[in-house]
Design a protein around this ligand. Structure first.
Ligand code: NAP
Length: 810
């Protein structure tokens, strides 16, 4: 026995290299020079400039790739537009055949894809062969299934159109799969731009797609710099942008697309927590850390880069981790026996090294194992920095390299607080043998994916995406489909407005009082008893902070009332009240309870039916019949969301994990809602009800023109057991008030149904803190129709999907 151990301990490490020959042959076949892939053909533009694709592990030139210019982007978009005409009408079952053929072709060329991916990116062949490429095929199989089912399961939806897709360099093939598979499955066509550092596998993939027989123009791949990406974003004939990359570029894209009516999904950066409780299997958790932060050299958006260990086991855990790090092998990406390959590019290497130096300067203690690195190539040792302050930049900022920082905690609530102490919210990993504790913590961490006693799990059947500054939208799973769909009744919004550059958006001068007596007497011999509604904040009627009042006129210009003229302070108070309501339990109440309250609101609204009808007639000048229909529809809408309050909680995802993956439709948080002017009551109810049904608390800005139905609503809320702060109402100048909501750090989403120009400003301002927005672009919506005024679109906006992964078994 001791002999075997002896042999084992003294065994020499022998490399097991994968041969690059097939890749070299493929590159040579193309004379190591690539054009753009448009309409299933290689196109080399006249006078094209080229970019050198380099193998980061040895500096070898792999090939030259084209730098696309504006005319090339135009040609690719035109090809996609032309193909969209037939592809969008091609039956789903036929599209499914194509996706299936692509998946099969990926498997047939899997070795070539994996080796090229490792040579172009520097990632270990073990990862590209066993993770990236199998997941690439898996996504095409999974979405072939959704193409097959689209006409029966998604019959209320249509494709969005031509989609511009821009991806990063860390998982070139996987990112491409996340984007292209759902897009073409739903009948869209694509122009994809890979990152500059890693262009080659996207080009090989384009050939594989064409070989599978996909019609020309459905998938177009153009290479180029960030300016080519920008041209795709700005192209007027692109209907949606799907972007994965850094938060800073995401912010730029949000601004560029603001007010355009283009759909936008953003998968951005992260600084994900890896939480270890004292009862966890510490050895298992150490292996988890290795997978969390040193997978792909730490160049992973969801890398577990912030280790948070319970204080009483922290010393022991860190020692185990350091021991493990001494056994890591860094080297040639094509060696099947290495743990870490090369960093993608010298500039990224410099950024990582810069962060390590910053960590040391910030007082951290840096540990790097005593292991050998190859003499040539961009290699970096696995690195651990301990002893940092939680506010240190190294703890807060994404490093995107093999650098782990560690912190400690004492209690579960402290662990949650530290885990959430970040502007990001992409993923988290929780380790504990107490499943109740682990799931409770998982539910309280703000992140799109939470892995319990495991890490970095991905599958086509589960969505991936962020909270907060990690972006919005999901890729993967059924939830990922909605990024590539539009309700069947809705055309691509093409808002029209002229931006008044001189006017500062949202500026507001309080209105002056009307002439004495005019406001209230209105021809009566006795002045009416004054009934000027105040604000409704925290379940109480409060005076407007600015103590200004504004007058409400009816359709004929006659005064029908006065309301408080809200300001920033009123909004801030309302947001604070909304937060209190959330944290004191509205989101945690069960759906049954929320549905009971919605039914109660409906009951109380119906009891005052005549009063609300009268108010609508008085304000809008519409007929009694039309106003009556609006009140009836409002009652019915409340019933709809009472119904949805306990039927939209989530689902069990059928992933490849041995265990369970649960998709939870969590509330978004605090939502600021600016209501439309048409249908002053129904518009208000149609937006408030889905939000609160799904556990959000709201700050409502009623119709600016006809606000009195909303202020009458206070009394309905007061008598319906709605906890104070769940619904807050601030009246006044819509754009002035909504501006404060968009800029507020504690508002999670803003819905805006005002003008086209206002929609632009809401989207543009939201870039500052990457707030989720939903705008109407000033276009008409028929609130009376069930198709346009209620349903899935509203529930989708009122929720965000969190996928919790829990392996099972011994
Ligand atoms: P990046 O600099 O933001 O670039 C991403 C892509 O955008 C590249 O194709 C890039 O082209 C292009 N681009 C850059 N500036 C642009 C602009 N102004 N307009 C249009 N396109 C532009 O990010 P990266 O350094 O490649 O990737 C790392 C980042 O991606 C990290 O922050 C990471 O967390 C994030 N990421 C997120 C996820 C997720 O699912 N949430 C997944 C993977 C990575 P060039 O390469 O030609 O400059």
């Amino acid at each position: 026995m001791s002999k075997i151990l002896e042999i084992f301990n003294t065994m020499e490490y022998g490399p097991a290299p994968e041969a690059p020959d097939a890749v070299k042959a493929w590159l040579d076949e193309h004379n190591r020079k690539f054009g753009l892939f448009i309409n299933n053909e290689w196109v080399t533009p006249k006078g094209a400039k080229f970019y050198s694709s380099i193998n980061p592990s040895n500096g070898e030139l792999l090939a030259e790739t084209t730098q696309a210019e504006k005319k090339d982007v135009d040609a690719a978009v035109a090809a996609a537009r032309m193909a969209f005409k037939t592809w969008s009408k091609t039956p789903g079952v036929t599209r499914a055949r194509y996706l299936y053929a692509i998946a099969r072709n990926i498997q047939k060329h899997s070795r070539l894809l994996a080796v090229l991916e490792s040579m172009d990116n520097g990632k270990p062949i073990r990862e590209s062969r066993d993770i990236d490429v199998p997941l690439l095929a898996r996504h095409f199989y999974y979405y072939a299934g959704w193409a097959q089912l689209m006409e029966t399961e998604l019959r209320d939806y249509q494709p969005v159109g031509v989609v511009g897709q821009i991806i990063p360099w860390n998982f070139p093939l996987l990112m491409l799969a996340w984007k292209i598979a759902p897009a073409i499955a739903m009948g869209n066509t694509v122009v994809l731009k890979p990152a500059s550092y890693t262009r080659l596998t996207a080009l090989l993939f384009a050939e594989i797609v064409a070989e599978a027989g996909l019609p020309a123009g459905v998938v177009n791949v153009i290479t180029g710099s960030s300016s080519a990406g920008s041209m795709i974003v700005e192209h007027p004939d692109v209907d949606k942008i799907a972007f994965t990359g850094s938060t800073d570029v995401g912010r730029t894209l949000r601004k560029q697309t603001a007010g355009s009516g283009k759909k936008l999904s953003l998968e951005l950066g992260g600084k994900s927590p890896f939480v270890v409780f004292d009862d966890a299997d510490l050895d298992g958790a150490v292996e988890g850390v290795v997978d969390a932060i040193w997978f792909n050299q730490g160049q992973v958006c969801c890398a577990g880069s912030r280790l948070i260990v319970q204080e009483n086991v922290a010393g022991k855990f860190i020692q185990k981790l350091k021991n493990r790090m001494q056994h890591m092998r860094v080297g040639d990406p094509l060696d099947k026996a290495i743990d870490m390959g090369a960093i993608v590019d010298q500039s990224q290497w410099d950024t990582i090294d810069g962060w390590v130096k910053t960590g040391i300067a910030e007082g951290g203690e840096c540990f790097q194992p005593n292991i050998a690195l190859p003499e040539k190539g961009l290699f970096y040792k696995p690195t651990l920095i301990t002893g940092l302050d939680p506010a240190a930049a190294t703890v807060q900022e994404e490093i995107f390299g093999p650098v782990l920082v560690s912190l400690t905690f004492r209690t579960p609530s402290e662990a949650i607080e530290i885990a959430n102490n970040t502007r990001y919210g992409l993923a988290a990993s929780v380790w504990s043998d107490n499943i109740n504790l682990a799931l409770d913590v998982a539910s309280k961490i703000k992140a799109g994916s939470v892995w319990v006693n495991c890490t970095n799990q991905f599958d086509g059947a589960a969505g991936f995406g962020g909270y907060r500054e990690s972006g919005y939208g999901r890729e993967g799973g059924r939830e990922g489909l909605f990024e590539y769909l539009r309700p069947i009744w809705m055309d691509r919004p093409r808002p029209e407005f002229v931006l008044d550059e001189k006017k500062k958006w949202g500026e507001h001068v309080p209105t002056l009082p009307t002439q004495p007596g005019v406001a209230r007497a209105n021809g009566h011999s006795l002045p009416l008893v004054d009934r000027t509604p105040k604000m409704y904040i925290g379940g109480k009627q409060v005076r407007p902070d600015g103590a200004y009042t504004t007058t409400v006129l009816n359709a004929k210009g006659k005064i029908v009332g006065q309301i408080g003229d809200g300001n920033r302070k009123d909004i801030r108070d309302a947001v604070e009240a909304a937060h209190k309501a959330r944290t004191s339990g509205w989101a945690m109440r069960h759906g049954y309870n929320r549905s009971q309250i919605l039914y109660f609101i409906a009951e109380n609204l119906d009891a005052r039916n005549a009063e609300f009808v009268k108010r609508i007639v008085e304000m809008t000048g519409r007929t009694q019949k039309s106003a009556g229909a609006e009140v009836d529809a409002s009652v019915e809408r409340l019933f709809t969301y009472a119904a949805w309050a306990d039927k939209y909680g989530g689902t069990v995802q059928e992933t490849t994990l041995r265990g369970i993956t649960v998709a939870v439709n969590e509330p978004v948080g605090v939502i600021g809602i600016a209501c439309p002017d048409e249908n002053p009551l129904l518009g208000f109810v149609s937006l408030m009800a889905p939000a609160i049904a799904r556990g959000n608390s709201v700050v409502m800005i009623p119709s600016q023109k006809y606000p009195l139905s909303a202020t009458d609503f206070y009394q309905v809320l007061d008598t319906s057991d709605v906890p104070g702060g769940v619904v807050n109402i601030v009246t006044g100048d819509r754009d002035h008030l909504v501006k404060t909501l968009v800029q507020h750090e504690d508002v999670d989403s803003v819905w805006y149904f005002g003008s086209a120009e206002g929609s632009y400003h809401v989207e543009n301002e939201s870039a500052a803190n990457m707030k989720r927005t939903w705008t109407g672009y000033g276009l008409p919506r028929d609130w009376m129709s069930r198709e346009q005024g209620e349903g899935h679109e509203f529930l989708h906006e009122a929720t965000q999907v969190k996928n919790i992964w829990v392996p099972t078994g011994e």
